[in-house]
Design a protein around this ligand. Structure first.
Ligand code: MLT
Length: 205
């Protein structure tokens, strides 16, 4: 997959996996990584799907309705890519923490719902429930931050709560942070995610 890798202060540190929103690129979330953990390695990946010129991580049938077969295939593809990228770049595969926004948060959520060992933790900015009806993996004590908007027209508040519940059922330790806004990523949400990361750093390593 098209990506960029930036070594942190030490290759054995956490690697932040950056996953952009629809129409974004691997450059978009670089400032977030710097804010969350300036010492971390950064692996920023561009979505393989081209929807009318916009990059995404999986196909959708229409806004908010996902092509589930493609989502499953792309989730596996991203997991395999992470395994290969760890060999190629030499980072610790067990210390990958996703930072995703919107479509990027949705594929990160799908990684969590499919595999117990794909991610050490995740910051999900405005995710939806990517898939329902899966048998859940063991995510015991896996730290997950969800940033959600009370007035998000793309991801209704109930769906953020449903995702929190699903991940908690799998054993994850979920923090659900609310903003009184819509789908946009606000400065206060970014600060809350960075605080959460600092407070959970020892469990993410
Ligand atoms: C998606 O398609 O993943 C969600 O609707 C979010 C987005 O608009 O990208």
């Amino acid at each position: 997959m098209k990506h960029l890798f930036k070594k942190g202060s030490d290759l054995t540190n956490t690697t932040l996996l950056l996953l952009h929103g629809t129409g974004g690129s691997e450059e978009d979330l670089l400032p977030l990584a710097e804010h969350v953990d300036p010492e971390a390695n950064v692996l920023s990946v561009r979505g393989n799907i081209n929807e009318n010129g916009m990059s995404r991580y999986f196909k959708r049938l229409r806004p908010g309705v996902f092509d589930e077969e493609d989502l499953k295939f792309r989730t596996r593809e991203l997991k395999d890519f992470l395994d290969d990228a760890a060999d190629e770049h030499g980072f610790d595969r067990s210390k990958v923490v996703a930072v995703g926004y919107s479509n990027g948060a949705n594929i990160a959520g799908s990684l969590l719902l499919h595999y117990s060992d794909a991610l050490a933790g995740a910051i999900l900015h405005h995710p939806m429930v990517p898939l329902r009806g899966l048998s859940l993996p063991d995510l015991k004590d896996r730290p997950v931050f969800i940033g959600a908007g009370k007035n998000d027209p793309i991801c209704p508040a109930e769906e953020s709560e449903e995702l929190e519940q699903l991940l908690s059922e799998a054993g994850a330790d979920v923090t659900l942070h609310w903003e009184n806004h819509g789908h946009q990523l606000t400065g206060t949400e970014i600060d809350a995610a960075a605080d959460w990361y600092r407070n959970n750093k020892n469990r993410l390593d």
